[in-house]
Write a protein that binds this ligand. Structure first.
Ligand SMILES: [Zn+2]
Length: 336
């Protein structure tokens, strides 16, 4: 991607207005963040008190833990938003190297996030709606084993990265993967390190059902190409309920994957912001890329992939060096 491409500079008042909005969003995020952090601290000390009781009441402990779990997921999102606002302020220009970069051991980090998804998502289910697709899928997959594979096997860390960003990203990806798994296989995560880049692939197998014609009938019609075929397929737990022949199913899955990055897209009742926000953030501020596609058609496996610099400080250094050597163009005032 060409990061040195020319951007249309907004007029002075436009830039000022943008800055005001960014400051407003940053301020709001900060004040909500303070409240979320206060809830976290309070529930932690309540749990400490309950633990010290001679006969701790189980329901009280459960309820407090529940509040803390829900709040912790909010905290991840708030951390991400704060990061977003900070990055918006620095825009496309020189970027300060953040002080809070940490080495992230992915072999511990990813299973911890997966645990968090499992604990929160299963408690977040609506008990009055036992037929809800999300509920059915999650109930089935919360215990799905997770397999992490590193390539090369000894490179299991990010040299320096931001934990809040990566937490939010991993949470959204794992949640999406669990919701869309058929559960036949494990939830797979493949971490590939190539030079200065680390790619994390979240792989799941789609929930594909086949439908056979009733006895005596030669086949069923594909709702896309209208051909009569021996059997048709549909993707359970998804937006489209039509049945397709195999080639049309493949096309539908590719199109559906492509749409999953669009703002407002949601497979099951979410707000459809997660993947859109992640793509925008990673590509604009984290020097990253996002991809998705079919990895293995035979097992109906699809992947969502993020590629980020293994060392964020170095990536910002490279960005700043390019920014500094950019040829300067004389300022011309637009005619009034
Ligand atoms: Zn077809």
């Amino acid at each position: 991607m060409d990061r040195d491409q020319k951007h249309d500079l907004p007029s002075r008042s436009g830039a000022e207005q943008t800055r005001n909005w960014i400051n407003l969003v940053a301020g709001l995020t900060h004040s909500i963040g303070n409240e979320v952090r206060a809830i976290h601290d309070e529930t932690s000390s309540m749990l400490d008190i309950i633990d010290k009781m001679p006969h701790p009441p189980e329901p009280l402990w459960e309820q407090t833990r529940f509040i803390q779990d829900i709040n912790r997921v909010r905290l991840g999102f708030i951390n991400f938003l704060e990061e977003f606002a900070e990055c918006l302020k620095s825009g496309q220009g020189r970027r300060p190297i953040p002080q809070n970069l940490k080495e992230i051991p992915l072999d511990e980090f990813l299973p911890a996030i997966r645990d968090k998804v499992g604990r929160f998502e299963c408690r977040n289910l609506d008990p009055d709606d036992p037929n809800h697709q999300v509920q059915l899928q999650l109930n089935k997959h919360l215990e799905l084993p997770m397999v992490i594979q590193f390539d090369p096997p000894d490179q299991t860390t990010l040299r320096s990265g931001r934990i809040p960003v990566l937490e939010f990203v991993a949470y959204e990806f794992i949640k999406n993967a669990l919701r869309n798994c058929s559960g036949k296989q494990a939830l797979k995560i493949v971490v590939e390190t190539r030079g200065e880049w680390v790619s994390i692939l979240f792989i799941n197998d789609l929930n594909i059902h086949e439908k056979l014609p009733p006895p005596g009938k030669p086949g069923l019609g594909c709702s896309q190409c209208r051909k009569i075929v021996p059997k048709v397929f549909h993707v359970g737990n998804s937006d489209f309920s039509d049945t397709f022949c195999e080639p049309c199913l493949r096309v539908q899955i590719d199109e559906n994957l492509g749409r999953s990055w669009e703002p407002g897209h949601t497979s099951q009742g979410g707000k459809g912001l997660g993947l859109f926000v992640i793509r925008h953030f990673l590509e604009t501020f984290y020097f990253g890329r996002t991809h998705c596609g079919v990895t293995q058609w035979k097992d109906h496996e699809v992947y969502f992939k993020i590629t980020i610099p293994s060392d964020l400080a170095a990536a910002i250094g490279r960005h700043n060096a390019r920014f500094d050597t950019r040829p300067t163009t004389p300022l011309t005032r637009p005619p009034r």
